[in-house]
Design a protein around this ligand. Structure first.
Ligand SMILES: [Fe+2]
Length: 178
């Protein structure tokens, strides 16, 4: 189950519909998809994409996305400390960062600015989240890195991170334990 946390307001939102409403009101897409067939943990990229084709294809067509792939990060991933550190710094992208969680979990943090408090969305298997282009965010793999996600792109070059160097993420590194 996804969980939305707002540390400064000591608020935790566990209900998927309430999470979706909170995110949609801020221009962030959140959906939940189910696989239309079973697949093994070691299934190929094509098998994973096929299992979600019924949801993925219409979503890509509706938003104009061109390509999709599957990536995994886990404890045996080479260069894990570097990968983790890269995700953990506040950054933006010039296109949406779309992630569908096939397995495992991860924590997307958002810093929308203005009066909006920083908040975190823990995503788990079945959750789709799209970070809009140019929105400040970072991603925490959590205490035990384990995640397999489908990524969706208009142009893979758009996913290059542009770091803000604000250092704001340091305030929240231990803020979420749920
Ligand atoms: Fe990102």
């Amino acid at each position: 189950m996804a969980i939305l946390t707002i540390p400064e307001r000591a608020t935790i939102i566990p209900d998927p519909e309430a999470i979706q409403a909170y995110l949609n009101a801020r221009g962030i897409v959140f959906e939940q998809w189910q696989a239309q067939c079973e697949f093994a943990p070691e299934a190929s990229q094509d098998d994973v994409l096929a299992a979600y084709d019924h949801a993925l294809k219409p979503y890509m067509a509706a938003h104009g996305y061109q390509t999709a792939d599957v990536i995994s990060v886990h404890l045996q991933t080479p260069n894990l400390p570097e990968i983790r550190a890269k995700f953990l710094r506040e950054h933006t992208h010039t296109e949406d960062e779309v992630r569908f969680f096939v397995e495992g979990q991860g924590y997307f943090w958002f810093n929308l600015g203005g009066d909006e408090p920083v908040f975190c969305v823990k995503c788990v298997s079945g959750d789709l989240l799209s970070v809009p282009a140019n929105v400040k965010h970072w991603f925490d793999l959590g205490p035990v890195p384990h995640v397999k996600t489908i990524r969706v792109f208009t142009d893979a070059a758009g996913w290059i991170p542009h770091y803000t160097d604000s250092g704001v993420e340091a305030r929240y590194l231990s803020a979420v334990s749920v």
